[in-house]
Design a protein around this ligand. Structure first.
Ligand code: CP
Length: 296
């Protein structure tokens, strides 16, 4: 996508912010269409917002509960995809623990597929909602310094944000201990800092990430107390950033591990607004897909 395509999608999302703030929140864009949300990993924000987004656009939305599905009896991803495809959905929204699984599934079905997060690879709609939140609060993204801090190694949010923010002209910094930085990440056009105080210097946006303990599998696991000391965001460290710096976190948060409650709930935090923008951005993405559905 070009930066113009991305800006157009964000503009469309703005329309859906306005619609979602009205008493009557419904549009007819996906009336008669079927959307299946297929989440192989836990989710609060992404699954709920895709469900609300589909419903607000008039689709019939089905949430597949993987925990009580035949996946638990050993059915493969491809057989699950073929089974759902036989029910003739128009859109399948997928989250999976394996990088590349969403792409694989998309090649096995005859409908549109949306990536709701695949392993440590990508989470594109998260990056779009983050961009919308930044643009609404700063008026632009071009030229801003965005510091992404924390467990970069396991973060699909970081990867998608690096790609999108670079495309929109931001300067992206990564702040993490070397053990939580992927080898070769500097090739993605980012500046690397292992000292959080230096990395925060002059930042316009501070984006904190969760320590993804569930993906560490016996590898180096930092103690939460020590991690917070060096890489947790509190007001003292935040003072290194610009005076009007804004704080983001994709959620779920581990309070007292990567961020203090005082910062998470403070005046500079955009964390609740990010959640609201998640519904609007997902409406815009589903709307864009609707233009390409058969018989649209
Ligand atoms: N940000 C995010 O993907 O949150 P969930 O895991 O709750 O969907």
């Amino acid at each position: 996508m070009s930066h113009l395509d991305i800006e157009a999608l964000l503009d469309r999302a703005e329309d859906y912010v306005a619609l979602s703030r009205q008493v009557e929140k419904k549009a007819a864009t996906l009336r008669g269409r079927t959307q299946i949300n297929l989440f192989f990993e836990p989710s609060t924000r992404t699954q709920a917002s895709f469900e609300l987004a589909g419903k607000r656009l008039g689709a019939d939305v089905m949430n597949m509960s993987v925990a009580s599905s035949s996946v638990k009896k050993g059915e493969t991803l491809i057989d699950t995809a073929a089974t759902l495809n036989a029910m003739r959905p128009d859109i399948i929204v997928v989250r999976h623990h394996a990088a590349g699984a969403v792409n694989l599934l998309a090649r096995k079905v005859g409908c549109s597929v949306v990536n709701a997060g695949d392993g440590a690879h990508e989470h594109p709609t998260q990056a779009l909602l983050d961009a919308l939140t930044i643009r609404r609060n700063k008026g632009r993204i071009q030229g801003l310094t965005v510091a992404i801090c924390g467990d970069i190694l396991h973060s699909r949010v970081a990867r998608s944000n690096i790609i999108l923010l670079n495309a929109l002209g931001a300067k992206v910094r990564l702040i993490a201990p070397t053990t939580l930085l992927p080898v070769g990440i500097e090739r993605m056009g980012v500046e690397i800092f292992t000292d959080m105080n230096k990395g925060l210097e002059g930042a316009d946006i501070v984006m904190m990430l969760r320590l993804q303990l569930e993906r560490m599998h016996g590898a180096f696991v930092p103690s939460p107390k020590e991690y917070f000391r060096y890489y947790g965001l509190d007001h003292e460290k935040l003072e290194r950033a610009q005076a009007d710096a804004l704080v983001m976190h994709p959620g779920p948060m581990n309070r007292g591990v990567e961020i203090s409650s005082a910062v998470a709930d403070g005046a500079q935090s955009l964390i609740r607004e990010q959640v609201e923008m998640g519904v609007a951005v997902r409406m815009a993405v589903l709307d864009a897909l609707a233009q390409h559905l058969p018989n649209a």
